[in-house]
Design a protein around this ligand. Structure first.
Ligand code: ZN
Length: 143
């Protein structure tokens, strides 16, 4: 079990140290920002939805604690290639994990955040980027 904890910690550390999809993709046509004043986290998520409502490009900017940055980085890797509806379903799964600590049996990067449930104040950190991404998908397309 402690091996699993180590593995999960390394997922968070890795995403925090080497964030994926950092920066604004050139083709982005939707944007939304998220803000978590209680911790000092903020993020801006840029994405592009293709004609089938599928995220074909996504990136983020922002700063904050390791949990918020790692979770936003992981989110971008998981949401890319998904439709808005699929992204929402994934977020529901993630929300369950971080609020209850109950992760699915199979090892997944999402489950790396299960430990967050023991620190209710950090749940907002973990969900910040997800909220921003889902908000961005609901925005009208911009040029
Ligand atoms: Zn935070």
């Amino acid at each position: 079990m402690s091996d699993l904890t180590d593995l999960y910690q390394s997922v968070i550390l890795d995403h925090n140290k080497r964030p994926r999809n950092r920066g604004k993709p050139p083709v982005a046509n939707r944007v939304a920002t998220g803000d978590n004043p209680s911790c000092g986290d903020n993020c801006t998520v840029y994405l592009h939805l293709d004609g089938d409502d599928r995220v074909d490009a996504i990136g983020f900017e922002g700063s904050g604690c390791a949990i918020s940055q790692a979770s936003t980085s992981l989110m971008t890797t998981l949401v890319k290639g998904k439709t808005a509806a699929e992204a929402e379903a994934l977020f529901d799964e993630f929300k369950t994990i971080v609020t209850t600590g109950n992760a699915p049996e199979e090892i997944s990067d999402l489950a790396a955040f299960a430990g967050v449930h023991a620190f209710p104040a950090r749940i907002k950190c973990a969900t910040l980027g997800w909220h921003a991404a889902l908000e961005a998908m609901k925005q009208p397309p911009s040029a």
